[in-house]
Design a protein around this ligand. Structure first.
Ligand code: GDP
Ligand code: MN
Length: 382
């Protein structure tokens, strides 16, 4: 789960990282109020989960209420690389002498944490990596050992940070590492980390990716998961433990396994249809899970047909069939189902469906993925 900058800053602050206090606003009047309270000059920043906001005009400085009103109005509603701005972060603007880059990520190949540090911050790190790769200091960290202050300090010196910044930056790296590890991040990035003219080092941006696998031990993440799952279908699916992503098409998709679900989307597309969603019920799904999946898809008014594509491995055909029969008792489906059921116990499954008394107009079976896709798309495009 990726955080918005204002949430990332809040997370950073919990680990004592020096982030200037800021507040959010969802409309121009609130933006001006927040700006007045922060004290001019202020920086007004688009809150979207994509980098390069600065370049796109989504980060502006304002010296007075008039400018704050103008910039807030321009940035709200702006489309930055396909992300529409609904919220602004406003903070007292810092003076900048130098801009640096610092991040911790996981290097899976090396099975270590990776610190990346550069004196060339403010631009995207990929750009630095291309133009001047030597300007990025990379330090692998054994997760069982961690990083010491001396090592962090050496990284700052190696990266040629201003000598005035080194001591503070080294402490910041340790705080950022604590945020990354104890905070269960898969990314903790500050760009820019700035040195002000009076010699203070501050984090002016916060890019935080939280590791969803650690959700169970972070009840305090709950408000953030809610803002991420804005789609009501996704919220319902999430509650049922399903891997669901809402899309814009008309064919509801249920498949077992992420790979099969992806190919199902492709095949539906290939035969002229469009998927309403991605939904993976996972391996070993039972009747209850299938019923839950159908319920979620049934809440989507755009769905005109439902394509259930099961290739049973661990998932057993008769469980899938029982789930469908069960679901049809519980849910009043608004779209017909086309099913392709193959693999483990497929014949038992088909026998259950055949003897269930469900009419062909509600549920039809097709022997292959392609034939089932054609049938589902034909109904959806009618
Ligand atoms: P990004 O472009 O999406 O990464 O957004 P950033 O938060 O990194 O902001 C982009 C640029 O705006 C930074 O590199 C700074 O140059 C500038 N900026 C951001 N905050 C401030 C601030 O408080 N004061 C000043 N003077 N510039 C800022
Ligand atoms: Mn940035």
């Amino acid at each position: 789960m990726d955080l918005f900058e204002y949430q990332g800053r809040e997370y950073f602050a919990r680990f004592e990282l020096p982030v200037p206090a800021g507040n959010v606003a969802d409309n121009v009047d609130d933006a001006v109020r927040v700006a007045e309270a922060a004290g001019y000059p202020v920086v007004i920043k688009a809150q979207v989960q994509v980098g390069g906001r600065g370049k796109a005009g989504g980060v502006k400085l304002a010296d007075n209420a008039e400018e704050a009103r103008l910039h807030a109005g321009n940035i709200l509603g702006m489309d930055i690389k396909g992300h529409v701005v609904h919220r602004l972060l406003i903070a007292h603007a810092a003076d900048i002498a130098e801009e640096y880059y610092a991040s911790f990520t996981l290097d899976r190949a090396a099975k270590k944490h990776l610190l990346m540090l550069s004196a060339q911050g403010g631009v995207e790190i990929e750009e630095v990596a291309e133009k001047d790769p030597d300007a990025i200091v990379k330090l692998h960290i054994d997760p069982t050992v961690g990083i010491t202050l001396a090592e962090a300090r050496k990284a700052c010196v190696d990266a040629k940070l201003n000598p005035k910044a080194v001591d503070q930056a080294a402490v910041i790296l340790l705080q950022l590492y604590r945020c990354f590890t104890e905070g269960d991040c898969d990314l903790a990035e500050i760009n820019p980390l700035v040195l002000t003219p009076d010699g203070t080092v501050l984090a002016l941006d916060a890019k935080v990716g939280l590791d969803d696998n650690a959700l169970f031990r972070h009840p305090e993440w709950a408000p953030w998961t809610e803002t991420v799952l804005r789609d009501s279908r996704e919220t319902l699916a999430h509650e049922k433990g399903l891997q669901y992503i809402g899309l814009d098409g008309t064919v509801g998709i249920i498949a077992n396994g992420a790979g099969l679900a992806m190919s199902t989307l492709d095949v539906v597309n290939q035969v002229g249809g469009s998927a309403a969603n991605f939904l993976d019920i996972g391996g070993g799904a039972n009747a209850d899970v299938m019923a839950g999946a159908l319920e979620v898809i049934n809440t989507d008014p755009k769905v005109k047909s439902i394509f259930i594509n099961i290739f049973g491995g661990i998932t057993r055909g008769e469980e899938v069939a029982k789930g469908i029969v069960e679901a049809l008792k519980r849910v009043n489906l608004t779209a017909p189902i086309v099913i392709r059921l193959d693999g483990t116990n497929a014949e038992e499954g088909r026998a259950i469906l055949a003897s269930s008394g469900i009419p062909e107009s509600t549920l039809m079976s097709r022997p292959t993925m392609l034939e089932a896709a054609i049938a589902a798309v034909a109904i959806a495009n009618k």
